[in-house]
Ligand binder design. Structure first.
Ligand SMILES: [Zn+2]
Length: 463
């Protein structure tokens, strides 16, 4: 039989089967055959000789719509993602009102614009949100949520909600999540606010421009958010989750410090089943490389932190890698000094290439581990596996074909997104997609976007 599309003669890599030479066929939106190399025929054939075929990358941590509207970000950022082999993203969204009332409009902005698939994770900001959890799961197909420890006390001022986000409230939503009969995920921003806000202006209340202020560099940011404020917060909240037997669905987002990763390893050793995520910037930048463009919370830290995080990715403590991607323009991003600049930067499209370049090519992790942390484990953590992240017959045909030898210099033009800068601008990165396939559709080919805007769709969970 002739298949719709065949990726021929590549080296397929999956965590379940390791690396093997094969042809992969897709029909419609699914993988329909995996067979010996050179045996399958297709209407379209992509030659993957000398290349590797991986399940499409998943960025579980994006903030589309945070600085521009979702409509704009959905289009430009998902287009850019194809360049980097990302075929699914998880986007964080938070609003003070009722999600059941808001989400129809939000879905309507997403649906015509995404080139690839997506799911949402909703910020819990009030007791009303806690009460809505069963309906959000039932009616909206959303099963992941976020606990922002960094908005403790400031939520009334920042969001206009009647909730200071103290632990009685957290206790209530963890109990509610634990009581659901479908799998859920609780993302946790680990930060002890009493400590970080005492060390400078409260970073979540806009301090504004002050002409008399001395210039503050990146070290000021690092000093305001010390590693122990992250580590202590993770342990305290993880303990609360454990009291409700919910630690296996507790997901620590953007672990930035070696200390936090080491403490997470200790907790896992003791039987706590917390999942850890780090981001590419904590693995590939150090504070001394950073300026206004690299303001992000938590901040990028030291070379020692970076090496510890790589070791913890390699040994299994950290099981997912995201980016905290935000699309913003350089002029909007850069403020009076580093702390005054907007947090977040564009980075989804460089997720997989940076892990291939600085993880695999530098022998910090094997290719199979790179697939786990950029795709398979992430799909499992957000309960979209094996539909996503598996590369098995009968699952979504999300594939990325990578040339591990290809070196490109990062520029905004290369990445084709909405932002006019990249935190990695000028860096030579080795290991790039040559083709990206989204649910059976060839969407990116040697520098050209050939996919279809609107092809992407919301992944209703539970799948
Ligand atoms: Zn984030």
């Amino acid at each position: 039989m002739t298949h719709d599309l065949v990726v021929a003669n590549g080296t397929v890599v999956t965590p379940a089967r390791g690396a093997f030479k094969a042809d992969v066929a897709t029909d419609g939106e699914e993988i329909s055959a995996i067979a010996a190399p050179g045996t399958l025929s297709g209407d379209t054939v992509v030659d993957a000789t000398d290349a590797h075929v991986l399940p499409g990358a998943i960025d579980p941590h994006t903030h589309h719509g945070i600085y521009r509207g979702l409509e704009a970000d959905a289009e430009t950022e998902s287009r850019s993602d194809l360049v980097g082999g990302v075929t699914t993203i998880g986007n964080y969204f938070r609003r003070p009102g009722s999600y059941r009332e808001i989400m129809d409009d939000y879905f309507a902005e997403a649906e015509p614009n995404y080139y690839h698939d997506y799911f949402f994770s909703l910020g819990l900001l009030s007791f009303d949100h806690v009460g809505e959890i069963p309906a959000i799961i039932d009616e909206l197909g959303i099963t992941s949520f976020k606990w922002y420890k960094n908005y403790k006390d400031v939520a009334p001022e920042k969001f206009g909600v009647d909730c200071e986000m103290h632990d009685d409230w957290a206790d209530a939503f963890i109990q509610t999540l634990a009581d659901q009969d479908v799998p859920t995920t609780l993302g946790h921003h680990s930060e002890n606010m009493e400590i970080t806000s005492a060390r400078g202006d409260n970073p979540y209340i806009d301090a504004g421009v002050d002409a008399d202020r001395e210039y503050r560099d990146y070290d000021v940011l690092v000093d305001q958010f010390p590693d122990y404020a992250e580590a202590q917060s993770l342990t305290a909240s993880g303990s609360l989750a454990r009291q409700h037997d919910y630690d296996d669905d507790f997901y620590a987002v953007h672990v930035s410090a070696g200390r936090t990763a080491d403490e997470l390893a200790m907790l896992q050793e003791a039987g706590w089943e917390i999942t850890g995520e780090t981001c590419t910037h904590y693995l590939t930048l150090t504070a001394e490389d950073c300026d206004e463009r690299h303001n992000v919370n938590p901040p990028v830290r030291s070379r020692a932190d970076q090496e510890t995080l790589w070791n913890r990715v390699a040994d299994g403590t950290i099981s997912c890698i995201g980016t905290d991607h935000c699309a913003n323009l350089r002029d909007d991003k850069v403020g009076q000094d580093v702390p005054d600049s907007l947090p977040g930067f564009p980075s989804s499209a460089t997720l997989l290439p940076l892990i291939l370049s600085e993880g695999v090519a530098e022998n910090r992790i094997p290719l199979k581990r790179a697939v786990e942390v950029t795709s398979t484990n992430t799909a499992k953590a957000f309960d979209i596996y094996p539909k996503k992240g598996s590369l098995q017959i009968g699952t979504d045909a999300d594939l990325v074909i990578v040339d591990l030898e290809q070196t490109k210099t990062v520029t905004p033009d290369l990445l084709q997104g909405g932002a006019d800068y990249s935190p990695y601008e000028g860096r030579d990165v080795t290991g790039w997609p040559t083709h990206t396939i989204v649910r059976g559709q060839l969407a990116y080919e040697h520098g050209d976007i050939v996919g279809q805007r609107g092809h992407g769709t919301h992944i209703d969970r539970p799948i």
